[in-house]
Design a protein around this ligand. Structure first.
Ligand code: SF4
Length: 598
């Protein structure tokens, strides 16, 4: 008996204690991490949570957020039932209602707006929560709305735009094989333990680190060179480094000659940014800029590691990243081992050694069958490159009603503080006729919703997740959904039914829809369920280096674009700077030039 008590106190799994270990994942942060969890369950209560050593990506590690899973899941502030607002917007006065009443109300309201003002008058928005985005995207299109929007309008998608403008395809850092890593404003020590351990392993093996960050973070502290720039001056720093690399003849002349477009104009532009001028703009001493440029250019191979967030949170973020990513082209580090490698994207954008039908699933209706997206007029390049509306234009369109009214938002995890001018956006939310927010907690944004729906956490639901180690898992709920909460996926599928969308994949159900997405990989949910801890992908797609030698680059010129054709297209109408000679002449700094290319 005493032994059993001690086993229980120690939360040791087994028949004596009745504790079982169930496999799950943490999804508190982005889809590139999603650490494996071992959830110790007794009497349907999670009594302990540990990092799962079986998960090849996180290898048993958890950050402080994942380690606090039980505090998060069992927090008494969780929304417990569907709620209907009965007080003024923002008052926080709600009354509990049933799921049937909540979902019927939502379906009726959205269909009414569709009938009255067109399906485009309804926005489907994903904020904090990411795992269900593919499902929400299809829901929007099947409803007939082009307005699937996310918080990524100033985040990862915006960073991907810079990749697409320069190379046509993003490329991830091959840290394991790199001799030098240029970390651009990323600090995985605070939010991505999986990546942190890889950086520390590389450091121990002698990899050089250059870290660009306004703050002295743990990542910056391990750098050989820390470039502590003024926030938002990333472009000037990158152009200053390019200036040194070109002037000292350290660039990859063969790669530049054979595979790039617009080098002469780029060189002219870069010539403005002497180390001294870049130092003046960025606050980084000129000698450090020179040292970093030389280290990155001559230490081969070198990987470039950006972050999805801080750089593109500035107004000039895409251009700043475009300047920084041009350094990869200049040094010939694109799509080579130890540099930045192009991997085909799999489920939820994660490269996992197999192909999926994500895009086909999301795009149940083509763009030309629907109205223009939110932001299409003001941000045409966004709409050329990203399969989403531009969320930053939502407040303007709610207020102006042009080019058409926005009457309703069906949101998952919306937080108005993710918008620039947050308070201004909050005011526009008040103008909506109908607003739904799905969340775990009663956030300030939820208080403005007409209906609030309680979401369950990752350990209370089933979820498909893939990892770059060619690994896949389909989790089962480790515990039953708490209170009256539901999985986001269940909410979406149930809503699709009540909206009467007549979409065969929504009609087929969540697992059948996943089977359809996974079909090119030859994987099925049925098979995955037999392996609760996940499995390695059989026969993963092998990756060749320098794939551009076969088909070129997915840019308008088929080459790496120092001068961007896509930006040039909107140079006159929207003032985008492509570095082209004609645009260069119009810039205030052009007076510094004596000669510009004709
Ligand atoms: S890094 Fe932290 S928050 Fe992100 S998935 Fe892992 S444990 Fe969760």
């Amino acid at each position: 008996m005493l032994v059993a008590d001690e086993l229980l106190k120690g939360k040791i799994p087994g028949a004596e204690t009745g504790i079982s270990v169930r496999k799950s994942i943490c999804t508190i942060c982005d889809p590139q991490t999603q650490c494996g969890l071992d959830v110790y369950v007794k009497d349907e209560i999670a009594v302990k949570v540990e990092g799962s050593k079986e998960n090849p990506h996180s290898q048993g590690t958890l950050c402080s957020k994942g380690a606090a899973t039980r505090q998060y899941v069992y927090h008494t502030d969780r929304i417990k039932t569907p709620l209907k607002r009965i007080g003024d917007k923002g008052s926080g006065e709600f009354q509990p209602i049933s799921w049937d009443e909540a979902l019927d109300t939502v379906a009726e309201k959205l269909n009414n707006h569709k009938a009255k003002s067109g399906p485009e008058s309804v926005i489907f928005f994903a904020g904090y929560t990411k795992w269900m985005r593919l499902l929400l995207h299809r829901l929007a299109h099947s409803f007939g709305s082009p307005n699937y929007c996310t918080e990524s309008s100033t985040c990862m998608r915006a960073m991907a735009m810079a990749w697409n403008l320069v190379f046509g395809t993003p490329a991830g850092p091959d840290i394991k094989n790199a001799a030098c890593v240029l970390v651009w404003s990323a600090n995985p020590f605070y939010s991505n333990t999986c990546l942190t351990s890889r950086l520390m392993d590389a450091k121990e093996l002698g990899t050089k680190f250059i870290v660009v960050d306004p703050r002295l973070t743990p990542t910056a502290a391990m750098a050989d060179i820390h470039l502590q720039l003024k926030p938002g001056t990333d472009g000037a720093l990158a152009l200053g480094m390019a200036n040194v690399i070109i002037n000292e003849g350290l660039y990859d002349q063969a790669f530049v000659a054979e595979h790039t477009h617009g080098f002469n104009e780029y060189r002219e532009y870069v010539s403005l940014f002497t180390p001294e001028y870049a130092a003046e703009l960025t606050g980084v001493p000129a000698d450090k800029i020179c040292a970093a440029a030389r280290m990155y250019a001559v230490t081969k191979p070198a990987a470039f590691m950006p972050s999805a967030a801080p750089v593109v949170h500035h107004t000039n973020g895409v251009q700043n990243y475009r300047a920084a990513m041009s350094l990869i082209a200049l040094t010939g580090n694109y799509d080579i081992p130890g540099g930045n490698i192009v991997m085909p994207k799999g489920y939820l954008q994660v490269s996992s050694g197999f192909s999926t039908r994500d895009h086909e699933f999301a795009m149940s209706k083509a763009w030309d069958e629907m109205a223009p997206r939110v932001g299409q007029q003001r941000f045409p390049l966004w709409c050329d490159l990203v399969d989403e509306g531009q969320s930053m234009d939502i407040p303007r369109q709610i207020v102006s009603g042009t080019p058409y009214p926005i009457n309703a938002i069906m949101a998952f995890g919306m937080n108005y503080r993710m918008w620039p001018d947050s308070e201004g956006f909050l005011e526009t939310l008040k103008k909506l006729d109908f607003f739904v927010n799905v969340d775990l907690f009663m956030t300030d944004t939820c208080k403005y919703a007409d209906i609030v729906l309680p979401a369950s956490s990752s350990i209370e639901r089933s979820e498909l997740r893939c990892y770059p180690q060619n690994y896949i898992i389909f989790t089962q709920p480790a515990i039953e959904p708490l209170y009256d909460s539901r999985s986001d996926a269940d909410i979406i599928f149930e809503l699709a039914r009540r909206l009467k969308l007549k979409d065969p994949l929504f009609d087929a159900g969540y697992e059948a829809a996943l089977d359809w997405i996974l079909e090119p990989a030859g994987l099925t949910i049925g098979e995955l369920k037999k392996r609760p801890g996940g499995m390695s992908i059989p026969n993963p797609i092998k990756q060749e280096a320098r794939k551009y030698l076969q088909g070129g680059f997915k840019t308008p010129t088929g080459k790496v674009e120092f001068v961007s054709k896509m930006l040039e297209k909107y140079s006159q109408s929207h003032g985008y700077d492509s570095y082209s000679a004609s645009r260069l002449r119009e810039l205030p700094c052009a007076k510094l030039h004596e000669k510009l290319p004709e």
